[in-house]
Design a protein around this ligand. Structure first.
Ligand SMILES: [Cu+2]
Length: 187
């Protein structure tokens, strides 16, 4: 798997959680949208109209169920849950061509898995260059045993951002000789 360069910072407020695990469930529609993350309009991959995608906030031991609806016109899509071990649910790992076929345009696939390990994780598209197009978000798994007490919480998710489309990025990277599209325009 590709090495991701990410900076992920979270200050977590303590929370008391009931001993019983719960189900965290939602439906995500993935589509392209015009957006201007750094004031220059471009095309991003959005989930339910949001970029970055919605934050999943759960406790270790909870079950996460996400119904992913592919509303892209011409591309498959998958979501990989970075940092989740997927014990007993390898088909929910979201690696296109490895653990599942891409979800076709117009189709829905349901991911169901247990978030077994506390941490500030993230999820991202794992098909083609879709992560670079903005298909990612936070996956926060809290520990029911947290004992530290904080005054507040602030989550920050950072990523490189290029003005060139993921299609020109991909073509440049796979060209022989490779073409260098330059440093990202934003962070
Ligand atoms: Cu990953």
């Amino acid at each position: 798997m590709a090495v991701h360069v990410w900076w992920l910072l979270t200050v977590v407020v303590v929370a008391f959680h009931s001993a019983s695990a719960v189900v965290v469930e939602s439906t995500w529609e993935v589509e392209y949208k015009y957006w201007w993350p750094d004031c220059k309009e471009g095309i991003v991959m959005a989930i339910n109209g949001q970029f970055p995608g919605p934050t999943i906030d759960a406790f270790a031991g909870d079950t996460v169920i996400i119904h992913v609806v592919n509303k892209l016109s011409t591309e498959g899509v998958v979501i990989h849950w970075h940092g989740i071990r997927q014990k007993g649910t390898p088909w929910a790992d979201g690696a296109a061509g490895v653990t599942q076929c891409p979800i076709n345009p117009g189709e829905t696939f349901t991911y169901k898995f247990i978030v077994d390990k506390a941490g500030t994780h993230f999820y991202h598209g794992h098909y083609g260059m879709q992560r670079s197009a903005g298909l990612y978000g936070m996956l926060i798994v809290r520990s029911p045993k947290e004992r530290l007490i904080y005054d507040g919480e602030f989550n920050l998710l950072l990523s490189d951002w290029w003005h060139q489309s993921i299609h020109s990025q991909e073509l440049a990277l796979s060209s022989r000789p490779m073409r260098w599209i330059g440093e990202p325009q934003s962070l």
